[in-house]
Design a protein around this ligand. Structure first.
Ligand SMILES: Nc1ncnc2c1ncn2[C@@H]1O[C@H](COP(=O)(O)OP(=O)(O)OP(=O)(O)O)[C@@H](O)[C@H]1O
Ligand SMILES: [Mg+2]
Length: 263
């Protein structure tokens, strides 16, 4: 299924340096339409740097960013957003003292010709977005304060906001790290709804079991380089992926020959 779909964004030979530190040493990663791509790697491997490059926060020192077949340069946060890439950075994403509606539309309010916010239109749109991702609650409505929501629900609001911006690709940097099992399941349901709508999710996580459960494909980086990638069907199960991650950590290489042929 995923192998047949075209890349929506491609990072080609990306090099990113911070002074003497080379955080990315020529990483090529493509993101396909309608998939959940799991991005894995040890602490300091370069995951956040790669994602920040995808988000336009970093303009790479070398390499190209290609969106729907077209090379894009300069690459800025605005260019990335314009290309339909929305990134949810954990915690910094939302203003907890404000309502769900305010958070979704912050800086991009629906206004009338006089520039006044169309309150009811925003509430309707917020309801629609929340339904779209399967955010159904008897307790909360668009005017509820975000600070009262659970961690998983907050991720849902951040995802709804990304959808409002007509994102094709939503990047989630460690969305479940601070969450309980129940809350994690909520985030998974939101991610599945996003995928079901034909959009793409890039999911970064520390817990390999979480990433295994939600992703269709895995991309593993190690000290700024691609270590291996594979579709879920190429692995025997989560243990196989974990085994390869262990090998990588211990020997610097993973046994890619143990992967099955892609479907
Ligand atoms: N703004 C920066 N200035 C200097 N060095 C940086 C900067 N951002 C990242 N680095 C370095 O680049 C390398 C990769 O960091 P990065 O944050 O991308 O790793 P990561 O895979 O996201 O790690 P973690 O799992 O801990 O979040 C690290 O050595 C880090 O110290
Ligand atoms: Mg990181």
């Amino acid at each position: 299924m995923t192998s047949a779909s075209e890349p929506i964004v491609e990072l080609r030979n990306i090099v990113k340096r911070f002074g003497n530190v080379e955080a990315l040493s020529g990483v090529s990663m493509s993101v396909r339409k309608g998939e959940v791509l799991g991005l894995l790697g040890d602490n300091g491997a370069g995951k956040s740097t790669l994602v920040k490059t995808l988000a336009g926060v970093h303009d790479p020192d070398e390499g190209e960013i290609v969106v729907k077949g077209q090379r894009r340069s300069p690459w800025t946060p605005l260019a990335a957003r314009d290309a339909g890439i929305e990134t949810v950075f954990q915690d910094r994403a939302l203003a907890p003292q404000h309502s769900i509606v305010t958070n979704i539309f912050m800086g991009r309010e629906i206004t009338n010709r006089l520039g006044m916010t169309r309150v009811q239109a925003q509430i309707d749109e917020a309801n629609r977005l929340m339904r779209e991702i399967g955010f159904t609650s008897k307790v909360f409505n668009p005017e509820s304060t975000v600070g009262h929501l659970s961690g998983g629900e907050r991720q849902g609001v951040a995802i709804a906001r990304a959808l409002y911006n007509e994102a094709d690709v939503i990047v989630l940097d460690e969305p479940t790290t601070a969450l309980s099992l129940t809350e994690t399941q909520k985030v998974f349901r939101f991610v599945e709804a996003v995928r079901a709508s034909g959009r793409t999710v890039v999911f970064i996580g520390h817990n390999i079991y979480h990433v295994w459960e939600i992703a269709d494909r895995f991309f593993v980086i190690d000290r700024g380089r691609e270590a291996f990638e594979g579709e879920k069907a190429q692995f025997d199960g989560a243990e196989h992926l974990i085994e390869m991650m262990h090998q990588l950590a211990e020997t610097g290489r993973a046994d890619v020959a143990s992967l099955k042929q892609p479907a």
